[in-house]
Design a protein around this ligand. Structure first.
Ligand code: ATP
Length: 313
């Protein structure tokens, strides 16, 4: 136990159950059924439709997928969503909105597990250890709360092969070592495929077509193929895609100038200021947009806005 404890504290940034205190802590955790873990479908609909800007495809898919899954009494497998897109387009934000409408304590809920790949799995050489931790982490937490949510940020930086270790939990199996994973939600976030999504969106714009004409079918197949064939996607040639264990590949479109303005106004209000179009426009005008000459799509989405705004207020 002492050796495991030493390993745990020196290498592992995430909690595992190789030490007694952690084991006791996890197994003395309250059952999630005592807490709210049912979906507020009206809350999710409201949040996705009013707070997530410029993402009509993702909004529709997320709403249908999450609502359908949460309303199903006996889902055949856990819900597995893979969100893809350029930086700052709202992938983390959308996952937050989902968690906020399921768990009372929102992202702070002990039933929501956010893994940042660069922070939690930084060294490729430790992949075998990570596999064991990750499996044990998921197994022990789903045993406590079947309605657990696991979010993996920066999937494109995931050491190849690691994600395959959790494949059995994403599958159609009923009970695995006495634990059923069918109520769990897995969300993968990745920049992989972002370039392809940007190109499709840009083509619609160049062809003079409305952004809102873009549909899931214009992107999903190509997205899953590009993720499967991209060595840096975290999913490279994994059986997760082959075996159709990912329910939806959700594309996040590059944000336009008007969406950046919307984000800016929301941020200003959130900071306790009266939203001011002129202030936000001054900030937006200093940001980088592409294509270079036309300045249509934001290079950093809405990501840096919260910090940048201080300079303009
Ligand atoms: N589509 C959007 N609608 C509203 N706000 C947004 C949107 N996209 C981003 N934001 C704002 O910008 C912040 C950063 O976005 P977020 O972290 O969700 O981007 P991301 O797509 O996950 O980026 P990355 O790929 O770099 O992790 C969010 O917390 C939110 O405040």
């Amino acid at each position: 136990i002492m050796l495991a404890q030493t390993l745990h504290w020196t290498i592992s940034p995430i909690r595992c159950c190789w030490n007694v205190a952690c084991f006791v802590n996890q197994y003395s955790m309250p059952k999630c059924s005592r807490y709210k873990s049912v979906l507020s479908s009206t809350g999710l609909k409201y949040d996705i439709e009013t707070k997530l800007y410029g993402q009509h495809v993702a909004a529709q898919v997320i709403l249908k997928a999450v609502t359908g899954f949460m309303e199903s009494e006996n889902p055949k497998k856990p819900l597995v969503l893979s969100l893809h897109g350029w930086t700052g387009t709202g992938k983390n934000f959308a996952s937050q909105l989902i968690a906020e409408n399921i768990y009372k304590k929102k992202m702070r809920s002990r039933f929501v597990h956010l893994f940042s790949v660069t922070a939690h799995f930084p060294h490729k050489a430790n992949i075998d250890t990570y596999k064991t931790w990750l499996q044990e982490w998921i197994r022990s937490n789903v045993a406590i709360c079947p309605r657990s949510m696991f979010i993996f940020d920066e999937m494109d930086k995931m050491p190849p092969g690691l994600i395959v270790s959790i494949k059995p939990y994403l599958d159609f199996s009923d009970y695995l070592d006495g634990v059923s994973y069918r109520q769990a939600i897995f969300i993968f976030l990745s920049n992989a495929g972002g370039k392809m999504i940007n190109e499709v969106t840009m083509k619609f714009w160049r062809d003079g077509r409305e952004r809102e004409e873009i549909q899931l079918k214009d992107l999903e197949t190509e997205l899953s193929q590009s993720v499967f064939n991209n060595e840096d996607s975290g999913f490279w040639h994994t059986s997760l895609i082959d075996k159709k264990l990912v329910d939806f590949f959700v594309p996040f479109l590059p944000l336009e100038y008007k969406h950046v303005i919307q984000c800016g106004l929301t941020e200003m209000a959130g900071m306790g200021h009266t939203p001011d179009n002129n202030v936000v426009k001054r900030m937006a005008d200093d940001l980088i947009f592409f294509p270079k000459g036309e300045r249509v799509f934001s290079d950093q989405g809405c990501k840096l806005i919260a910090n940048k705004l201080h300079f303009y207020i």
